[in-house]
Design a protein around this ligand. Sequence first.
Ligand code: C2E
Ligand code: MG
Ligand code: MG
Length: 757
Amino acid sequence: MTGFISLVSIPTPFLSLVKKPIQKLILLVPFMGLLGLAYAVHITSWDFSFFSKLVGLALVIALFGNLSFEVPRTNTKLTFADSVVFFSFIALGGGAAIILAAFESLYSCVRWKMRGVEFGKYTIHYNVGLSALGSALAVVIVAVVRGTTETDFSSNSDLAFIVLTVLSASNFLVLTVGTATFEKVVQNRSFFGAFRGSYLSISFTQVLGAFVAGGLYFLFNRADLVTSVFSLLVVTVLYLNYRQMFRDINESISQAEKADKEKEEIARLKIEEARRHATDLEEMLAKEEKISNDLRQSKSDLEHAAFHDSLTDLPNRAYLLERLGLLLKLGVRVSQNYYVLFLDLSRFKNINDSLGHTIGDEVLKIVALRLRRTLRDKDTAARLGGDEFAIVLNDVSSLDEAEEFAELVYERLTRPYSIKGNVIHTDVHIGIAPFDSEQIKPEDVLRDADIAMQNAKERSQGIAVFDKEVRSEYLEHIRLEGDLRYACERDEFSMHYQPLINLRTGELRGFEALLRWQHPDLGFVSPARFIPICEDSGLIVPITNWILKQATTRVAEWQKISNEFSNLLVSVNISGRHLADERLLTDVKSALEVSKLSPGCLKLEITETTAMENAEQTIEVLRQLKSLGVKISIDDFGTGYSSLSYLHRLPFDTLKIDRSFVLAVSKEGGDSQILETIIALTKNLKKEVIAEGIETNDQLSILMDFGCDYGQGYLFSRPLPVPDMEAELYKKREWIPYEQCAITPGVPRQTEQRVLF
Ligand code: C2E
Ligand code: MG
Ligand code: MG
């Protein structure tokens, strides 16, 4: 018979399937196949003729059984062996068919195995058994239907046809059911799925096998030898032609399939590429999205950084100015609901210097935190830089309310706290400024609050409110400071010299060099007005350097006018700012070098207040100056708070009594005790004393009586410009007229004193 379907049509998946172990159930099949074979032996009448025909057909199967061709577009391979099995049934009987079916199946399996196909342990048993079983079943059915196992169909071709039909039908049934069962058991496939997969090819091979077998039988039974041989030749040629035709068809089908596959592959590749593109695109979009998000983020970070202070994260000056600008645009000046507070921490530099910048930073952070906690949502606090902060108070009904708020801020900020074991007390000065119509720019509002804060500082108050007068003073201050920067190069400065007179001899001892500023618009500006500005701004240092050179050169010149002037000295005022500056020493040295003035003819005047401000340092600096050979005078003495012990240690040469004490002396000589005391003190200290601001003869007389060494004042001369003073020098004028020297009018002075003149 057809053997086992898997070896007839060889479905590729099935070949792998047969490698798997066969389940117990299907082990029954080989046994049943054995029964079928036993049945075959039983119904067969064995004689030589039968045996030789059986062997002959077996040889035909062995030699030609594998003649086959594959039906195009199916997995079905038609083999000649099927037809031989069918043929044996009607030619030799059912027994021969069963034996040959089993043989054909075994032979096919062995052949496949020799070609390298691997079989499961029992697959060959199963195949052979199933083939024998299928054929036996068909034989039984035919025998039952016919009532005999007799197989001579030579006289009845219809019967042969029926037998072949039954044979192929029962074979079909056994093989399809057997295959489906096998696949179900071994591969766990659905039974009906497996059935559907194999029934077409099996039915086809059965029908065709039966047809070919019928044709062969008819040929051998009915035709003579020549016809048979001729027919066989025709069939062989036809077979070869068809085989070639089928091969060609299969070839072109496989080429078409290959082309289809290639097309499919191309389409698949295109789809894959399209998918890849889509994925790439998605990734690119995601990246772009991320980049633009990052950009947005960094933009907002940058904006934040541009408008915030990195240490405290409070808004910065730029932010505050923007906000103030906006408020000005909105016309806040009129509404009066906004106030600006300017805060400056006191002694913050000390914290930085003594405890380090890390603690300084912590202090600023704590201040920022306290401000945040104190402020309402509608207010804005900002760090302007360094230790300066500002607050914009919003929706405040009155100045009183703004002050109350400032007090709250002050109270919170000045609470002591501890950082790394250091108890810190932050003091603060707060200036409050309302908006007003004179403020044009946001900086103006901030400036007014700053002015108020400076005011608080000057008055040693915690809080001060802005005052318009202070603003005009401040604005003038700013203007003068700006103008002073260019005064020197614009030649607006000049020196005036006021004589210093020896009160014992009436001789000219020297001069005090006094700076004068001729402002192009304001005219003469008093030193009392502009000197403090020079000191605040630091301009005093280069200006004094210029004065030192001017004064020493001038007096060196004047010393040459006459022998009696050869020891004239010049007093130059030195401000506290310059005293603390290391350039002072070199400035003095270079002035002396340039002018060639003897160092003993240069006197430096330092006010008492300056000298006592940092007494230890002053002592050190004065020592260094004195080591150059210059003289030192303590100016405006009596206005400061000299400690006697320091005064004792201070390396000075002259005490200059402040003008106010001279002015206080009445005609009758009252209120002169202080003068007398200062002069006595100086004498005790073995220093010289000079009185300034002598305007009257009485003052002069008293001072002479007290034994004051030198005098300076309008009585002798006002400070004079160079040409005027030079004229006086050439005139050799008498500085103290004899008749003006009486203490009481009409009472002549003591003779020996007069002799001195
Ligand atoms: P000071 O050093 O005490 O100078 C003496 C001031 O008293 C001068 O005022 C002088 O003109 C004034 N004076 C002198 N005699 C009389 C008098 O009899 N009656 C009255 N009412 N005043 C008299 P000036 O020139 O206006 O200087 C004022 C202050 O400005 C100076 O006081 C000094 O502290 C400062 N100053 C002046 N020139 C300079 C300078 O070149 N450098 C520095 N650092 N300060 C200077
Ligand atoms: Mg002076
Ligand atoms: Mg003075």
